[in-house]
Design a protein around this ligand. Structure first.
Ligand code: V47
Ligand code: SF4
Length: 381
């Protein structure tokens, strides 16, 4: 790392702030992103990671359901969507949903992650029914469903406020919200990649409303395309602000752009170093988030494992039936067994802990599971 004297002083100041648990500013974040080497970033991030989560590395047993890929929108980065009349288009029936839920039960999943396209012809009741069918089939299964893009679409279709939409969904069985649809909040980039869908103000408003109703949610960033350091850091600072207000976010998940079959296929997939850098910067900037997830499906097992020493404390889960990244060229398997996840975590020198969506310990006895106490080490701080 070739820093001049002033830059070295700036890094020393940031290092002292990290050691003291103080907040890193936007300008300092941009400096770290643009000038500081990956090992230094990793060291800073790892300090915070261990302070918050000790030596634990979390995972969960989950299953994905993307009930339709037909979508009215055309986000440039998306390889998953299909036109209404496309032979690639599909839509789940109630029986198909039940079958997926039965699979969830059989594999011991504690969570189902549900997101999909905004189908031209499906009304709000169809989406509500997806949640209801899941909940009726397996009431213990935690339903983490819909991004603000979908909630905003339901609000548009029904002409009802966000709060009403969320309440209907909660009544049907919704338990939390995933972090998707965030992409890059800054309009300079958002307008290039998904200008038509819910803007960043809407994204934040939906999460604020969800948190006010007692739902927990996640957040993501889609990096490795047109964005620059200032856009990435701006994204993290905006999230930190809402978290100060509501405390409702649980986990932050950096998502590396996969270019294959997208409208941005001229871009190269981000390198492993870039992946680790974004994980580390996220851990350093998001001082009020408990968890940073290295989503192995998208990073690959090797980078995800390494990320456990660069700020991440969670690998997501056993994940079966993932489509969004595999349609965009991800070469990872669609699922890992619990044994494989344990091996990845143990090799990284961490202690594997199975969690539920709300970061409570999962206790297993044979085929049965139950929810134990929260395992958060930062709760002690
Ligand atoms: O919003 C779409 C991203 C997101 C591509 O909350 C792509 O636990 C890379 O949000 N290359 C949906 N990324 C997935 C998501 C998520 C994933 C895992 C865990 C959680 C959680 C949430 O996927 C979209 C978009 O940002 N995405 N296409 C692509 N070609
Ligand atoms: Fe539709 Fe979501 Fe794909 Fe955008 S990212 S085109 S909203 S499925």
């Amino acid at each position: 790392m070739n820093l001049n004297q002033t830059e070295q002083q700036q890094l020393d100041l940031i290092t002292r702030k990290v050691e003291a648990g103080e907040r890193i500013s936007f300008d300092e974040g941009v400096f770290l992103d643009e000038k500081v080497d990956i090992l230094t970033l990793g060291g800073l991030a790892n300090q915070i990671r261990e302070r918050k989560n000790g030596n634990f590395a979390f995972y969960n047993t989950n299953i994905h359901l993307n009930p339709t890929n037909v979508c009215v929108y055309r986000c440039k980065f998306c390889a998953f969507r299909a036109d209404l009349k496309s032979p690639r288009g599909y839509t789940f029936t109630d029986d198909m949903i039940r079958e997926r839920v039965q699979e969830a039960r059989a594999t011991g999943a504690t969570e189902i992650h549900v997101v999909g396209g905004l189908h031209h012809q499906k009304k709000f009741d169809w989406y509500l029914n997806v949640v209801r069918v899941i909940h009726e089939e397996y009431p213990e299964l935690h339903i983490k469903a819909w991004t603000p893009v979908e909630i905003n679409w339901f609000s548009f279709m029904t002409k009802k406020p966000t709060r009403w939409v969320l309440e209907q969904m909660m009544e049907a069985g919704l338990s939390s919200m995933p972090g998707g649809g965030a992409e890059i909040f800054h309009p300079e980039v958002r307008e290039q990649i998904c200008e038509h869908k819910a803007d960043s103000e809407t994204w934040f408003e939906v999460h604020r409303e969800a948190h006010n109703l007692g739902l927990r949610s996640n957040a993501t960033i889609l990096y490795g395309h047109y964005e620059q350091a200032k856009h990435r850091i701006d994204h993290l600072c905006r999230l930190r602000e809402l978290q100060d207000e509501t405390g409702g976010f649980q986990t932050f998940i950096p998502l590396a752009f996969h270019p294959e079959n997208t409208g941005m296929s001229e871009i190269h997939k981000p390198s492993g170093l870039m992946d680790l850098k974004v994980i580390a910067l996220s851990r350093i900037m998001l001082d009020n988030f408990d968890h940073i997830k290295a989503y192995w499906i998208m990073l690959g097992e090797k980078t995800a494992q390494t990320a456990l020493s660069f700020g991440a404390d969670d690998l997501d889960g056993t994940v079966v039936h993932e489509l969004i990244y595999h349609d965009a060229g991800a070469k990872t398997p669609e699922g890992l067994t619990v044994e494989q996840l344990h091996r990845l975590i143990n090799e990284a020198g961490r202690i594997p802990v199975e969690r539920d969506t709300l970061y409570r310990h999962i206790v297993r006895e044979g085929a049965d599971w139950s929810v134990g106490e929260p395992i958060l080490t930062s709760a002690a701080s």
